[in-house]
Design a protein around this ligand. Structure first.
Ligand SMILES: NC(=[NH2+])NCCC[C@H](N)C(=O)O
Length: 560
């Protein structure tokens, strides 16, 4: 049942044709506290029309409203406050969830393809915390889009092209060892790269050599290509280990290299449209009318750039996916890059650029300091995940020593904790990473939500009776839980609209808290007439917590 509609209908009958139902619906608010009712109608907008004080209007309206469907309807100041009938509300929400638990919250807010550029680490470099953020935010957005009718396409736009590969190949040929790269690829590849920079300071001719080698790569030289493709493969193996730990898969691994043969078309088109300009030997697109720095398209030696590859990728995605939106989950420090990307496309006459959205996010710091590979303040992702699982395991051993599949659960809890911690913060906020805090079972953590879900499951298991959503639930203590359950579809819609998984994470915490408070005050398993209804609510809580965790990409173990 649509309870808001019930309120709107009652108001419309009392107000008459001064306001349409849609206008009334827009005015109806959700009060901050339960004491103010479930819906409130502010009468201030009517004061001019009725030439009366808001409080008088509210009083008149209450006298005219048919209050039968409600528990009560009250005037407070210029507001009409509606209190829903708790028994029919409980019945409605619990039967709705029980009828189709797997699909509760699903809704069609749109359709069509939505490519999501996410993760996108750089070959021959360690995956950073920033790439982790992009991975988990992108994955959650994909889940939210799917739940709301869209067809997300998860694209790992690997950083596998660029002049740095010329340097890397020169360095490998001079100082590298095949056995080392096979043993510990990223470690040694980084080492060669660092060594290249040290040597190039003394021997600047190395830079020219590297430029030539990258040119050979762009031109398809067999031997250079073979080395590049081996480095790529070895790096991907490492990245895939992390993706497997996170339980995240991609629909495409088309990275920057894929666009190597698609960039001439871009530069030709820019040229034909008269958009390319010479500037200090390089070719640029002037974007001063957008108040942006010029976009660098081609260097003096003809080598293409990050921007050129992104232009080719944007056009490719448009042509191949016919997208309704195209998202880029990339750190906030690349804000200008994406502004430039859209501006160049607009200059080319590609109005679909309006459907490109950069989804920026903030930095993760450690001990208040920026993470940096160069300055040694680096967090290794694989180690973080391993440590998180270790901490989870220790806590599970303490709380639940006889748990059957403890290793599997520890994995879901440890990794889930890291993901949840990332997603509960608004994505643009910077936050500090502290492993002990992330894996705590209490407080605003993933394990707390998972633990609440496991508790709900164990209540259901212990009960001798089955849940029955049709049985009347009259206990007022259940109210905050029921209200939170009913909010879920609107919460998902809000998360989508703001591209903000934190909306889901905060909601999961709120529902878990409401349920734990209920559980602390109410003896659920007492054998009385309402037991089956209470069990239906417990089951609904587990259904929704599980679904919310899954939307975030976090597991929901039945026991822990
Ligand atoms: N289409 C894109 N530019 N995606 C983001 C790529 C991120 C880049 N590889 C980096 O690590 O900074």
């Amino acid at each position: 049942m649509d309870f808001k509609q019930q309120v709107v209908d009652a108001l419309h009958q009392a107000i008459g044709d001064q306001l349409t139902p849609a206008e009334i619906s827009n005015l109806v608010e959700t009060p901050k506290t339960n004491a103010m009712g479930d819906y409130a109608f502010p009468t201030f907008a009517l004061a001019k029309v009725f030439r009366k004080a808001p409080k008088m209007i509210a009083t008149d309206l209450v006298a005219q409203i048919d209050a039968t469907p409600f528990e009560k309807v009250e005037v407070v100041g210029g507001y009409v406050n509606f209190f829903l009938d708790k028994i029919s509300f409980a019945n409605s929400i619990l039967t709705t969830i029980a009828a189709d638990p797997a699909h509760y919250g699903e809704q069609t807010l749109g359709t069509g393809n939505v490519p999501i550029d996410m993760s996108s680490p750089n070959i021959a470099k360690p995956m950073s915390m920033g790439h982790l953020r992009s991975t988990v935010i992108g994955n959650a957005l994909a889940n939210i889009l799917k739940k709301t009718g869209y067809s997300p396409i998860k694209i790992n736009h690997l950083g596998d092209w660029g002049t740095q590969f010329g340097k890397l190949i020169v360095a490998y040929r001079k100082w590298g060892s095949e056995a080392d790269v096979k043993k510990d690829p990223i470690h040694y590849l980084v080492q060669y790269y660092v060594q290249f920079h040290e040597e190039a300071e003394k021997h600047p001719e190395l830079d020219d050599e590297a430029r030539q080698v990258f040119k050979q790569l762009e031109d398809g030289d067999q031997e250079v290509y073979k080395l590049w493709s081996w480095f790529r493969e070895e790096s991907l193996k490492e990245f895939n280990r992390i993706y497997a730990e996170l339980g995240i898969e991609f629909d495409s691994y088309k990275g920057e290299a894929f666009y190597n043969d698609k960039m001439d078309a871009v530069t030709d088109e820019l040229e034909a449209k008269g958009l390319l300009k010479e500037s200090q030997g390089a070719e640029i697109v002037d974007l001063s009318k957008y108040d942006l720095n010029p976009a660098l398209i081609r260097k003096s030696d003809g080598a293409t750039l990050y921007m050129t590859r992104d232009l080719a990728a944007a056009i490719y995605r448009h042509d191949n996916y016919n997208f309704v939106q195209s998202l880029y989950v990339v750190g906030n420090e690349q804000r200008e890059h994406f502004q430039q990307l859209k501006a160049v496309l607009k200059e080319m006459g590609d109005d679909w650029a309006d459907n490109i959205h950069h989804i920026p996010f903030g930095l993760i710091t450690s001990g208040g300091k920026k993470l940096s590979t160069r300055k040694g303040n680096i967090i290794l992702l694989e180690q973080v995940l391993k440590d998180a699982v270790g901490l989870a395991k220790a806590q599970i051993a303490e709380k639940h020593p006889d748990l059957a599949n403890a290793d599997q659960v520890a994995h879901e809890v440890g990794v889930g904790a890291v993901i949840f911690h990332d997603l509960k913060n608004e994505r643009l906020d910077n936050f500090d990473f502290n492993l002990e805090e992330v894996v705590r079972f209490e407080g605003e953590t993933g394990p707390y939500v998972q633990y609440t879900n496991a508790r709900a499951n164990s209540i259901l298991k212990k009960s001798s009776q089955d849940p029955a959503a049709e049985v009347a639930l009259t206990d007022p203590a259940a109210w905050p839980v029921l209200k939170a359950l009913a909010d879920y579809p609107a919460v998902i819609a809000r998360a989508l609209k703001a591209y903000e998984p934190s909306v889901i994470a905060k909601y999961a915490l709120k529902l878990a808290k409401a349920f734990n408070q209920y559980y602390a005050n109410v003896k659920v398993l007492v054998d009385d007439a309402e037991l089956p209804a209470r069990l239906a609510m417990v089951q609904a809580v587990s259904t929704v917590l599980t679904d919310a965790l899954h939307l975030l990409g976090v597991g929901a173990p039945a026991e822990m």
